[in-house]
Ligand binder design. Structure first.
Ligand code: NAP
Length: 240
């Protein structure tokens, strides 16, 4: 360990929820690897805000070779990995009868295969450091479905199944694996889904929308726990 701090890797940390998680873990005393793909300027701003204990890494989580390269960079810099937050995600919304095959493939590649890629690669490094936490960002859409989100909701339901299996396979190495299903948030992704926002407001029992801070704060808490694994936590005000 270069500076005595634990190491967290956040995928898709250039914007939205991932940005909030990266900044929160930076403030909570972690070394933070900030992963991005297209938004270099935004990624650099996140890394600058975290200041000295950060590493900015461009990588497509859906490409296993790029994920391996990312893990090597993290290990070379800090010599350990304690936390992986699988946050990177995309949507390509379209009714199933109109959906293009390549839209389905790309959403599943990034959201589900991407999550599996990073778990496979980073868990090997966590084993070397004696264990860790993996947190996968799923969605309400994965639990309940939503018109126009066949690929997205299938990928997010898949993330829950992946979480259950990974938690079983990695428990013996002291690696805890959990998933979060955050509420609807007004990020770039959320703002593109107007109907989802209207529905979320109607379905919320408080009448309010969720925000990234609740999810980031929940992650900080989860990282302090020792025997919580294999769970899916809904961070929402809609009853599921
Ligand atoms: P967002 O604002 O669109 O941000 C998505 C992030 O993912 C960006 O930082 C983007 O980076 C990154 N990303 C996309 N494809 C990538 C790839 N192939 N490799 C690496 N990074 C990639 O979305 P968000 O709302 O913050 O969503 C974050 C997570 O929360 C997603 O998994 C989403 O499904 C989930 N979620 C969102 C909501 C919501 O209402 N917004 C609700 C529940 C769950 P670049 O721009 O650098 O490419």
């Amino acid at each position: 360990m270069e500076n005595g701090l634990k190491v967290a890797v956040i995928t898709g940390a250039s914007r939205g929820l991932g940005k909030e998680i990266a900044l929160t873990l930076g403030k909570s005393g972690y070394n933070v690897a900030v992963n991005y793909l297209a938004s270099e300027k935004e990624g650099m701003e996140v890394a600058d805000d975290i200041a000295s204990n950060t590493l900015l890494i461009k990588a497509d989580v859906g490409d296993i070779q790029q994920v391996e390269r990312m893990a090597e960079m993290v290990y070379a810099r800090w010599g350990r990995v304690d936390v992986l937050v699988n946050n990177a995600g995309i949507t390509k919304d379209s009714l199933m009868i109109k959906m293009k095959e390549e839209e389905w493939d790309e959403v599943l590649r990034v959201n589900l295969k991407g999550c599996c890629n990073t778990i496979r690669v980073f868990s090997c490094f966590m084993i070397k450091s004696g264990g860790g936490h993996i947190i996968n960002i799923s969605s309400y859409s994965g639990l309940k479905g939503r018109e126009g989100q066949a690929a997205y909701s299938a990928s997010k339901a898949g993330v829950m199944g992946l979480t259950y299996t990974a938690s079983r396979e990695l428990a013996g190495y002291n690696i805890k694996v959990n998933a979060l299903a955050p509420g609807y948030m007004q990020t770039d992704m959320g703002m593109r889904a107007e109907k989802a926002m209207e529905d979320a407001k109607k379905e919320s029992i408080t009448g309010k929308l969720s925000g990234p801070k609740d999810a980031a704060g929940f992650i900080v808490y989860l990282l302090t726990t020792d025997n919580i694994t294999g769970q899916v936590f809904c961070l929402d005000s809609r009853i599921v």
